[in-house]
Ligand binder design. Sequence first.
Ligand SMILES: [Zn+2]
Length: 122
Amino acid sequence: MDIVIDMKLDRQIAKDRIMGRRLCVNDNNHPNNIFIDAIKPAGDKCRVCGGDLKSRSDDQDEAAIDQRHNIYYDTETGTTAGLLFFKDVSAKNSGMPRIIELDGKNALQEVSADLMKQLDKI
Ligand SMILES: [Zn+2]
């Protein structure tokens, strides 16, 4: 493994993004989220095409989201434990694998630009 990407995101923000997601009935690629200003729906309609919006039932299941996040953010046995393992390997192995840290609370374009900038340095 050459690179590990750590996209940091506060747990509450991650939950809000999931629960705020709305799907356009005309096109699932039309991003709408009631908690993200840049892609906030136009009232109760799709911000791109004006179509009706719906939400996925599993996006509204707070207990299920919490369960998934408990696994992800667990530093002993979860996904985060894997990240910490590779950070430890990197620290003991002259920076290999490379660790790229991204601020996931930024807008998609900013996160993408930051990732590309950091990859260019490699
Ligand atoms: Zn739409």
